[in-house]
Design a protein around this ligand. Structure first.
Ligand code: NI
Length: 197
């Protein structure tokens, strides 16, 4: 396993749509995924997408357990899930605001609206097809990571950049978002203080 360098915002690799993986069971993909998981855990992230490590491929690693992830036993390291060629679709119209950060945007966090519930899928490293539903934190992480595969960063999803802050002040942001959204936001409501990467 190798720790990989993480691309930071401004590098064009983060702004390109990544290519679909033709052979999910290719050992080279397993090596990349293993390195991505190690890099994600080392960096303290809960998700990492291949473009963040300069690889133009539709591969994501997640630490937030997706609905279909096998339960990790208590003694093992934090559970990590790898999805190849992942996709998602919103279930319903509910949108939640939540705090996000990104390993490619170190030092900054922002309040981002995301679908509350999604259907998602992809392929595992052993070639198994995944098709599940997620809500709350796992749904947020999946949306953040799959966005990376299309060159989209969490900042692009923020309609209100006043809800962007530096790490040390980010604990203020959920309350600020609540104040902002109270009178008139319709379905968007603050409910989470999450931190995908
Ligand atoms: Ni990110």
């Amino acid at each position: 396993m190798t720790l990989l360098k993480i691309a930071r915002m401004g590098h064009p690799v983060l702004r390109r749509a990544a290519r679909a993986v033709a052979e999910p069971t290719d050992p080279a993909i397993a090596r990349l995924a293993g390195d991505m998981v190690e890099t994600m855990l080392d960096a303290g992230g809960v998700g990492l997408a291949a473009p963040q490590v300069y690889r133009d491929l539709r591969v994501i690693a997640l630490r937030a357990p997706a609905a279909s992830a096998p339960a990790a036993d208590a003694e093992s390291e934090p559970p990590a899930t790898v999805l190849i060629n992942p996709w998602l679709a919103a279930i319903g119209d509910e949108v939640l605001l939540g705090l996000e950060g990104c390993l490619s945007i170190p030092g900054w966090r922002g309040v981002v609206p995301r679908h509350a519930r999604i259907r998602y899928g992809g392929v595992t490293l052993d070639g198994r097809t995944v098709d599940g539903e997620a809500e709350g934190f796992p749904a947020r992480v999946l949306q953040h990571e799959i966005d990376h595969l299309d060159g989209v960063l969490f900042l692009d999803r923020m309609p209100d950049l006043t809800l962007l802050g530096v790490d040390e002040e980010a604990h203020h942001l959920p309350a600020l978002a609540r104040d902002r959204s109270a009178p008139e936001t319709g379905s968007a409501r603050p409910a989470q203080e999450d931190n995908p990467q």
